[in-house]
Ligand binder design. Structure first.
Ligand code: HEM
Length: 439
C-alpha cells in the first residue's frame, strides 16, 4: 500500500538474480497478462537482476511510445543490439532518413511496384507445396516471407540461391541467440551467432563496395540507403542497418502468417467467407496483372479482418521495450532515469473493454474500427512499423493463391504453440494439400 501511495507500481521481485525469468520464458504474453491481473497497472517485473516497469493502458503506452518518445529511446537488450544492427536504424539523427527510405519502398507506389513479384512468388510458392506430401507451413512461409523482404531490400540476391537460404537461416540463428548467454568465446552459442553475423556483414560489405565503385542502380532499399545525401554513412552503418531490416522484415510475418493458415483451418466458417471473397476477385487477379487496383486496406476487407484478428489474438510482438533517459512524470507517476519500461501492447489487445471476449477468435469484431490506440500490433508513434502494409499484402497474396486452389488439412495432432523466441505454431503446423475444383 505504501508503494501504491507513492505512485510506485506493484509486483514483487521474486528470486534476486533469476527473478521472474522462468515464468516469463514459459510464455511472455500469459506471464504479463497474469501479472496485470494480479498487480494492476502499471506493475514491475524482475528479470535477471533488472527491474522493469510494465505499462498496460492505451494512454500510458501512447505516452511512452509517442508523446514523450524522445525521453524513452532504446530499451532493447545488449544481445539484441549487438546481434541485430547495433541500434543504428533507430539512431537519433539518422533514424528519419532510414525510415523514409523504408517507407518509400514499402508503402504507396513503392508497394505497388512490389506487387507483381509478390503475386508471382505467392503463386509459385503454393504450387510448389502441391508436390510435397506434407507441408511444413512454418518453414515454407518463412522462406516466402524472407524472399519478399529481400526483394525489397537487397534485390541482387537470387530468390532460389543458396545465399538466400544462408541469410534466412543466419537471421533465425541471430534471433535465437539474443536469449543465449552473451559470451563471445568459442563453444558458446552467442559466439557462433557472432561468427554468422560477421559472415553476413562481410557479404553486405562486399556488395556495398561493389555498388559504390560501379554506381550501379538497383531499385531496392539498399540503394535508397546508399543514395542518402544528408548523412555520411560508413559502410559498417549500412551493414548494420541492412541486418536490422533483414531481421525485421522476416521473423514477424513468418510467425503471423502460419497462424492465419491455422485459424483458417480450425474455423471452417471463417475459411468459407475468405474463400468466397477471394473467389470474387480471382478473375480480376488473372485479368489485371498490373495489380494497380490493389489496396491492402480495402481490396480484401474480410481477409483483412481475419489477419487483424490473428495479429491481435497472437500478439506476436507482445511488448515494445524502452528506457527512460531522464526522470519522466506521467500523471503523477515517475519513470526514473535509466529505468526499463515495457509498453505491453498485448495487454490492451486483451482488454475486454476494447475487445470483448478477448480470447475468442472473432474476425468480425474488426467490422468496426478499433478505438484509437487500442490496436497496436505494429507499435505506435515515430517507430510505428513501416512494414505493416507489406506484411498484410504478402499475407493476402499467399492466402489468395492457396485458398482459391487448394484445401488443407492438419497432418497429425495439434501441437499447440511455441512461445520462444517468438510465438508460432509448434511442430511447423504440418498440412496436406488437396487441389480444389475451379469454381
Ligand atoms: C506481422 C508482421 C509485423 C509485426 C507484428 C511488426 C511489428 C513491429 C513493431 C511492434 C514495431 C515497433 C518497434 C519499436 O517501436 O521498437 C516494428 C518496427 C519496425 N518494423 Fe515491423 N512488424 C511486422 C512486419 C514488418 C515487415 C514485413 C517489415 C519490413 C520489411 C518491418 C520492418 C520494421 C522496421 C524497419 C521497424 C523499425 C521502425 C522504426 O524504428 O522506425 N516489419 N514492427
Amino acid at each position: 500500500i505504501r508503494n501504491q501511495a507513492r505512485g510506485s507500481p506493484k509486483g514483487m521481485a521474486s528470486l534476486p538474480l533469476i527473478g521472474d525469468i522462468v515464468q516469463f520464458l514459459r510464455g511472455p504474453r500469459e506471464f504479463l497478462l497474469d501479472r496485470l491481473a494480479r498487480d494492476g497497472d502499471p506493475f514491475y517485473v524482475s528479470l535477471l537482476g533488472q527491474k522493469i516497469t510494465v505499462v498496460n493502458s492505451p494512454e500510458a503506452i501512447k505516452f511512452v511510445l509517442s508523446t514523450a518518445h524522445s525521453s524513452f529511446p532504446g530499451g532493447y537488450t545488449k544481445s539484441f543490439k549487438q546481434l541485430l544492427g547495433e541500434g543504428r536504424f533507430a539512431k537519433p539523427g539518422i533514424h528519419p532518413y532510414n525510415r523514409k527510405a523504408v517507407l518509400t519502398a514499402l508503402t504507396g507506389d513503392g508497394l505497388l511496384n512490389l506487387l507483381p513479384f509478390i503475386n508471382s512468388l505467392a503463386e509459385k510458392t503454393v504450387k510448389s507445396w502441391e508436390k510435397q506430401p506434407v507441408v511444413n507451413t512454418v518453414e515454407e512461409v518463412s522462406k516466402y516471407v524472407f524472399k519478399v523482404a529481400m526483394h525489397a531490400l537487397w534485390r541482387d540476391v537470387d530468390p532460389d540461391s543458396e545465399d538466400m537460404e544462408l541469410y534466412r537461416n543466419g537471421m533465425a540463428l541471430l534471433f535465437d541467440a539474443t536469449r543465449a548467454l552473451r559470451i563471445n568465446l568459442p563453444g558458446f552459442y552467442f559466439h557462433k551467432a557472432m561468427k554468422t553475423r560477421a559472415m553476413i556483414v562481410s557479404r553486405i560489405q562486399e556488395a556495398v563496395s561493389y555498388r559504390r565503385a560501379t554506381g550501379v542502380e538497383v531499385d531496392d532499399i539498399f540503394n535508397a540507403l546508399l543514395s542518402i545525401k544528408e548523412v555520411e554513412y560508413t559502410d559498417y552503418d549500412i551493414c548494420c542497418i541492412m541486418i536490422s531490416l533483414m531481421f525485421a522484415g522476416s521473423v514477424t510475418t513468418a510467425s503471423s502468417l502460419p497462424f492465419v493458415l491455422k485459424y483458417l483451418h480450425d474455423f471452417p466458417d471463417v475459411r468459407q467467407r475468405v474463400q468466397e471473397e477471394q473467389e470474387s476477385i480471382r478473375q480480376k487477379m488473372v485479368e489485371d496483372k498490373s495489380l494497380m487496383w490493389f489496396k491492402p486496406k480495402s481490396s480484401m476487407p474480410y481477409t483483412l479482418q481475419v489477419i487483424n484478428e490473428v495479429l491481435r489474438l497472437e500478439s506476436i510482438v507482445t511488448f515494445v521495450p524502452r528506457q527512460a533517459n531522464k526522470d519522466v512524470d506521467f500523471n503523477g507517476f515517475v519513470f526514473r532515469k535509466g529505468s526499463l519500461v515495457w509498453a505491453s501492447t498485448a495487454s490492451v489487445q486483451y482488454n475486454p473493454d476494447y475487445f470483448p471476449s478477448p480470447r475468442e477468435f472473432n474476425p468480425s469484431r474488426f467490422e468496426e474500427k478499433p478505438k484509437p490506440n487500442t490496436f497496436m500490433v505494429f507499435g505506435q508513434g515515430p517507430h510505428l512499423c513501416p512494414g505493416s502494409e507489406l506484411s498484410i499484402t504478402e499475407s493476402m497474396f499467399l492466402i489468395h493463391h492457396l485458398i482459391t486452389n487448394y484445401s488443407w488439412e492438419r497432418y497429425g495432432p495439434d501441437q499447440g504453440v511455441d512461445v520462444i523466441p517468438v510465438r508460432k505454431p509448434a511442430g511447423g503446423f504440418l498440412v496436406t494439400l488437396a487441389k480444389r475444383p475451379v469454381s
